[in-house]
Design a protein around this ligand. Structure first.
Ligand code: UDP
Length: 327
């Protein structure tokens, strides 16, 4: 198969690229390198089956040609990370909505299956744990722009499902839950690479709020094959599926576990949300996926524990400690 991966130079994208190349597929990466980085593709840079194109997903001429030349589309290009969303909300909304619209429109035009990446943010402040795909969505007010990300992704889902129903497009939608692994950058707020880098540099580990909020972290190496499995499974067309790990951890405990692995002199400090983000920032208290649907439809079972994953990330970050100063 020949895959087009938009955002293929990003963190999740680059791992999917590697997985597909290992399985003897051809891969075309389209990335504008806004948050993606060609260094992410360094391990496969010279692979004969990999082609990279630096362009925006909104460049219809380029996208049209690439879609016509590929068998399947994996659409990952999006604005990602809470920090980026707070800092550049216009870009977030525009790229997330119009980018997906472009992918779906071209999937229809060329009759190609298309994977649409959504997010657990869509559940917002939902109170029923674990989050099941059919649960109601509870978002905050439009005056708090954190919610624009969830809302833009929810719109992507609506649009994808509408393309399935109205035009018979084969669209597959996954909601990713806090996916982590080597190569994820901390620049856009992601907690694990930030904590690991802080610990490796002996700096304070910055827990936002009281640290009792929880997340479930899934290794990207568990997620990448699941994306392809979805596209290989006919019953998942037009379905929204959670992909994540259901091992729940508080951010305080996460900080302690990372400090335990890294060792060193770092202390754990608590930073008020309004200082970390902006006044009135709303966080999610708990976020846990139900992975029953993924289990049932694609036999999904995360294999890598949080401790294994954290050890992997620490090793990766340690190896590039001298390259990057910033946390
Ligand atoms: N967080 C933190 N310190 C940091 C970055 C993030 O305590 O330096 C917290 C953040 O407030 C949230 C959790 O870690 O409660 C996960 O944040 P992330 O941005 O990784 O993902 P989110 O789940 O918010 O999309």
């Amino acid at each position: 198969m020949k895959y087009l991966i938009t955002g293929g130079a990003g963190f999740i994208g680059s791992h999917i690229v590697e997985y597909l190349l290992k399985e003897d597929n051809d891969v075309v990466v389209l990335d504008d390198l806004s948050t993606g980085n060609m260094d992410n593709l360094a391990p496969v840079r010279n692979h004969s089956r990999l082609h990279t194109v630096e362009a925006e997903v909104l460049n219809e001429t380029v996208m049209d040609r690439l879609v016509s030349e590929c068998d399947r589309i994996i659409h990952l290009a999006a604005a990602v990370g809470v920090r980026l969303i707070i800092e550049d909300p216009v870009h977030t909304i525009t790229i997330n909505v119009q980018g997906t619209e472009m992918a779906l429109k071209l999937a229809r035009r060329h009759a190609r299956p298309v994977f649409i990446a959504s997010t657990s943010e869509v559940y917002g402040k939902g109170l029923h744990i674990p989050f099941v795909e059919e649960a109601d969505i509870v978002l905050g007010p439009t005056s708090k722009n954190r919610w624009s990300y969830a809302c833009s992704k929810a719109l992507d889902e609506f649009l994808a499902l509408a393309y399935v129903r109205q035009f018979g497009v084969q669209a597959f939608i996954a909601r990713f839950f806090n996916t982590i692994g080597p190569r994820q950058t901390g620049h856009y707020g992601m907690v694990v690479p930030r904590f690991v880098r802080q610990a490796l540099r002996g700096k304070p580990i910055t827990v936002y709020g009281d640290g009792n909020q929880t997340r479930c972290f899934c290794n990207v190496l568990d997620v990448a094959p699941a994306v392809i499995e979805m596209m290989d499974t006919e019953e998942t067309v037009g379905e929204v599926i959670n992909l994540g790990n259901d091992e729940e951890v508080t951010i305080n405990a996460l900080a302690e576990r990372i400090l335990g692995i890294v060792g060193g002199p770092s202390s754990i400090v608590h930073v008020p949300y309004e200082e970390a983000y902006q006044p009135g920032f709303e966080d999610m208290e708990r976020r846990v996926p139900s992975i029953e649907k993924a289990r049932r439809l694609i036999g999904f079972e995360p294999k890598l524990s949080l401790d294994d994953t954290l050890a992997q990330i620490v090793e990766f970050e340690r190896s590039r400690l001298h390259q990057e100063e910033d946390v």
